[in-house]
Design a protein around this ligand. Structure first.
Ligand SMILES: [Zn+2]
Length: 753
């Protein structure tokens, strides 16, 4: 009895709700709800107000409303086949599709399948809601109401003019203009299927962001179009062969990777002009340099290059080249500024900065000796690019010359977890795995990072060790003082910059006159991933940071192209071109940061005696060496016992080399033996030259000798040749094309010998 009454009450309530909803559905639509909505397309401008992209319709208007009669029938067929096969038969809701979707969603316990009809999608465009169950019900009743008051043709016209199709294109006409330079009145079957295919996920699947996904989506839609009987399977197969983009580089589509990325992350201001910090003249010059670089390196197997330039004080993006040719059909739309790849040695400055904050100084010596590290993934024996070990190396030399073994030794001592958190504070969000996953190889760049992360990380070092985000919009003056995130101390940052700007400390690893030398102060570093797949070079001045990548999207190795010979020349020209427009400024110096000068021994890093080859090093006030060098005693060098075996091998090797060299009258700078990538799985190469190169260039002075044999190692350290100025000194900016780096790696690799 009670149950019956309850049921009756529930039934009455349900009937009441249904009657209420039915009345609401019968109520005429609000006036103006479906009035044609023509929003002017946003124009993206550079920092000078020059237009980068304007999304005009094919007839030249900023945007237009297209009557259904003017829409290409292929478009209508493709959208109906892809989105709503029963469109012409259902009352706004497709009950069979909804039942199927409900079952799928119940099993998944969330909304995975929408079963949204075109009418329901239009309801969501007119009355935005969320993808929850209540939101879905709201859409359903709105769809019923729309169908009650409008015919199918009107609903279709509304939908096709309002559907977002990526990159701020709203409606099929704007999208056809953007992707194909066409109008909604006249598209091919393949173009129609592509637009219908990207409608479910337009920001990620559009052909500017992901041509591959757009192609897959198009194939699926073409299959449905063929199944619907609208087109033959032959016609569908032909349409699947069309290019996914049909546009040429055009005056209203400049800095294409930058504007594409901008529209993928931000909504344009309604109908407004969108001022960005990009510098179009600089951008155009750097795009030409990227193309020139891949032409030069074609024989070495490098097909792609990318670069990005940041303004240091503000973080504003000044230039962004994601690939040499955006419109190339072989993946020109891939954007290497934001694609994660292995950075090789380019992350080492963050390791050394961390070490300086942990009490190490640039004068401290690390052993560069054969050693096997026990790691969670097994034993690990790091090697240097030149396949040699350099004995005792000071931190300054180890970083500037990019030796691998001391870097692994250092990360083993400071801890890979500490390094990983330093890198994350420096903005490397792509490093999203655990410290154990990367292991000690993190010091040698075995984790994937992006070029923009790398540029902004170096910008943090140049900004006194404080990281702040990059800016996609011209920043207001009050935004520049925001607090930011400390990556390393001001002193550690100044020491790292001083080392990266030190052409002498680079000599043992890179030799004289590298493309990292400039006529003004620049802190620069290169990196090369395993198997020569990726080349990196980053440079930062007081004013700006330039980061460069050279390689292949496919991951195919290059033919011995390293960070110095591949990305280096492009970096060199990009820095000079940027300095033409933005004076380089000055980097923070160790003295300003509060470190003190100490006269140390070049070999031991201890306080220099009058027997030592001496140099001035900067150290934190409480970290100056207190002990005088006892390695230089009498007329020889007495190394600590751990170096004895290495010193003996080195002496034997050098005497053999010298004998062989004089017999064959070899050039002063023998070409480096190019390591076979396959034979070197454990090492991440960086430097293209063997260590013997600088030794040959620098005449050996007297006084530096082992107890056993004269060694070029000591010669290189104390030789007056080390301090000779690089050929770049005195050369002004703006002469990049005629410079010797302009011919890329060939000249460099051949060298003067
Ligand atoms: Zn000494």
């Amino acid at each position: 009895m009670r149950a019956t009454r309850l049921l009756a009450g529930l039934g009455l309530a349900a009937a009441g709700v249904i009657a209420g909803v039915a009345t609401w559905i019968a109520t005429p639509l609000p006036s103006g709800l479906t009035a044609p909505d023509v929003r002017p397309a946003a124009a993206i401008l550079d920092r000078h107000g020059l237009p980068l992209r304007t999304a005009r319709a094919a007839d030249g208007s900023l945007a237009r409303w297209v009557p259904l009669a003017d829409v290409d029938p292929d478009l209508i067929a493709a959208f109906v086949a892809a989105e709503d096969r029963a469109f012409y038969r259902h009352p706004g809701v497709d009950l069979r599709a909804a039942a199927r979707a409900a079952w799928t969603n119940l099993r998944a316990r969330r909304v995975v399948s929408g079963a949204s009809t075109i009418t329901m999608q239009l309801a969501r465009l007119l009355r935005p809601g969320d993808r929850t169950w209540p939101g879905k019900l709201y859409q359903v009743v709105w769809a019923l109401r729309l169908e009650r008051h409008q015919d199918k043709q009107t609903i279709l016209e509304q939908y096709l003019n309002r559907v977002p199709l990526g990159q701020a294109a709203v409606g099929v006409d704007a999208a056809a203009a953007l992707y194909f330079g066409a109008s909604a009145a006249d598209v091919s079957l393949g173009q129609a299927a592509l637009l219908a295919g990207i409608a479910p996920a337009p920001s990620s699947d559009n052909p500017l962001i992901s041509p591959g996904r757009a192609r897959i989506r198009r194939t699926l839609v073409l299959a449905r179009v063929a199944a619907s009987g609208y087109a033959s399977s032959d016609a569908a197969a032909r349409a699947a062969q069309e290019p996914v983009l049909a546009r040429e580089s055009r005056a209203d589509f400049l800095a294409p990777h930058f504007t594409t990325r901008l529209l993928a992350r931000d909504e344009p201001p309604a109908g407004g002009l969108w001022r960005t910090p990009l510098d179009l003249p600089l951008q155009t010059a750097l795009e030409a340099e990227a193309r020139h670089t891949v032409e030069t390196l074609r024989r070495e197997g490098a097909r792609q290059a990318a670069l990005v330039v940041l303004d240091n004080p503000t973080g504003e993006i000044l230039a962004w080249v994601g690939s040499p040719d955006f419109w190339a059909d072989t993946a020109g739309q891939v954007d290497m500024v934001v694609s994660p790849r292995q950075p090789g040695s380019a992350l080492k400055p963050f390791l050394y900065g961390l070490a300086f904050d942990r009490g190490w100084s640039p004068a401290d010596v690390l052993p560069d000796l054969p050693r096997i590290f026990q790691t969670s993934t097994g034993p690990y024996a790091p090697r240097n690019y030149d396949r040699r070990f350099h004995g005792p190396v000071r931190l300054r030399e180890a970083l500037a010359s990019s030796f691998n073994v001391p870097a692994v030794e250092l990360v083993d001592r400071v801890g890979q977890g500490s390094l990983l958190s330093t890198l994350r504070r420096a903005g490397f969000e792509s490093l999203d795995r655990s410290a154990e996953y990367y292991g000690l190889g993190l010091a040698l760049g075995n984790g994937d990072v992006t070029l923009i992360e790398l540029a902004n990380g170096y910008r943090a070092i140049a900004s006194g060790g404080v990281w702040r985000p990059v800016r996609w919009r011209v920043s207001a003056p009050d935004e520049r003082a925001e607090p930011g995130r400390r990556v390393m101390s001001e002193r550690a940052a100044a020491l790292v910059l001083d080392i990266l700007a030190d052409p002498v400390a680079r000599i043992p690893g890179f030799g004289l006159d590298t493309p990292l030398d400039f006529p003004f102060v620049v802190a620069a570093k290169t990196g090369t991933s395993r198997h020569f797949t990726d080349n990196w070079a980053v440079a930062t001045t007081g004013r700006f940071t330039v980061a460069v990548w050279v390689g292949n999207f496919s991951g195919r190795p290059m033919d011995g192209v390293s960070g110095v010979s591949g990305a280096g020349p492009l970096l060199h020209r990009a820095v000079l071109l940027t300095a033409d427009r933005y004076p380089a400024g000055v980097l923070p110096t160790p003295r300003e940061a509060g470190t003190v000068p100490v006269r140390i021994c070049r070999l031991s890093g201890l306080l220099a005696t009058d027997r030592c080859p001496a140099m001035i090093e900067w150290v934190q006030p409480d970290q100056a060496p207190t002990r005088s060098c006892d390695w230089h005693a009498g007329d020889g060098v007495r190394l600590p016992p751990e170096y004895a075996e290495w010193a003996g091998q080195e002496a034997a090797r050098m005497s053999a080399t010298e004998a062989g060299a004089s017999a064959a009258s070899a050039p002063a700078r023998p070409a480096p033996a190019r390591p076979s990538p396959a034979a070197e799985p454990a090492s991440i190469p960086d430097t293209p030259r063997s260590r013997s190169a600088p030794a040959g260039a620098a005449p050996a002075p007297s006084g530096g000798s082992w107890t056993a044999e004269r060694s070029p190692r000591v010669a290189g350290r104390s030789g007056p040749g080390c301090t000779s100025s690089a050929p770049w000194q005195g050369a002004g900016p703006g002469i990049p094309r005629g410079s010797r780096w302009s011919e890329g790696s060939r000249l460099l690799r051949a060298g003067p010998g």
